[in-house]
Structures are given as C-alpha cells and as structure tokens.
Design a protein around this ligand. Sequence first.
Ligand code: DX5
Ligand code: ZN
Length: 220
Amino acid sequence: MAAPLISPSILSADFARLGEEVRAIDEAGADWIHIDVMDGHFVPNLTIGPGVVKALRQHTAKPFDVHLMISPVDLFLDAFAEAGADVITVHPEAGPHLHRTIQRIKGLGKKAGVSLNPATPAKMLDYVLEDIDLVLVMSVNPGFGGQKFIASQLKKIEAIANRIAKLDLDVRLEVDGGIDAATAPQAIDAGADVLVAGTAAFRGGPDHYAANIQALRGAG
Ligand code: DX5
Ligand code: ZN
C-alpha cells in the first residue's frame, strides 16, 4: 500500500504566526495544508476566511486542502478559489444542491471534495462519487481540534474505499479528526489515503513537526 498523504490542519498552529507555521510544516514534510473554515453557524466555532487563505498562499507551494464548514456554502466558493484553494471540500448539509455545488467547484478549476459528518451515511455519495476528487470522512464532529477519534467511522471508510476500488475511480479518501500515531494505522487499514491531523502534527512546536509527520506516516 502506498504511503498516505499527510495534510496537517493549521487549526492547531499558532495563529499569531500563521505564515511561519505554514512554512515550518511544509519544510517538515507535509504533503498538503489542511485549512478548516468555520462560520459559527454550520459548526459552533469561527476560524478564518478567504483573506487569510490568500495571505498564506505566498508561504508555500503545497496544495491547499480547504475544508469548508460553512452554510450556505455556495456564496463563498469563488472567493476561496481565487484565494488559492486547490481542493475545496463541502458538506452535503451545507447547501440545497450538492451536485450543483460540486459542478461549480469544478467549473472554477478546483478539485471537489465531499465531507461526511459522523452521522451522515456513505449513501449520500451515491450519485456524486463519480463527479468528485475526494471524500473526507469526519472521525469527530466538526468544529474543534483535539477531539477523540470515533471508531465507528472505520466501517464507513472501508465501505467507501471498496466502492472507489470497485468503480476504479480516481478519488482520494481522506480522514479528519482525532488522527494520531495510534489511530492513523487503523484509518489506513480501512482504506484512507490522506490523513488530516491538527493536534498530532503541531504538537510540541516547530522542532517536532518532522518527527510528528513521520510518526503519522507510520515510520516514527
Ligand atoms: C474539525 C476539523 C479538523 C481538526 C482536526 O472540525 O475539521 O480538521 O482540526 O484536529 P485534530 O487532529 O486535533 O482532531
Ligand atoms: Zn478539517
């Protein structure tokens, strides 16, 4: 099995030094940069908007993996695309027309992802899986870093991985929430090929980032 991609979530970075943090995690070996966008409405927390994404763009050439936890989401797709997002991931509950939202993201020239909350069934993907580039399975309820991995999501990852393989699709399967050196192998065994990690990636400060990423890859 190929090594998973690691997408550190800057939600756990030092927000007062975000540019430096993005550079440091890039140099430590991050494959993608995961950016959690929260609106205080779809999820009970507020984070950052397109202006910050745009400002960070000059600090790294790594793909920006933008996870939108905002509703209604359609209003902001153009702004995040222009700000420099590479992958734009939305939740099916964040708008009335998921198919249309996906087409809009692709029309903007970006990769489209769909994220499933812990209680959202894999079935939500039935009529969109062939249109998207990434599925993001939430292994915590979205809103905060540092929560405990919800093990029931492994079955969902497995079901989606089987479906992607059966249909022979070029779709990445990403897992987000409570990923550390102990839960990462479980997610990988279930079929995940991109791991998001906030707490486990940024733990200990910049001197530890390379080792943190190695541990997530399973080489630690
Ligand atoms: C939660 C976010 C996650 C979060 C992960 O809503 O989508 O990306 O930052 O943080 P950890 O790895 O600390 O669970
Ligand atoms: Zn996220």
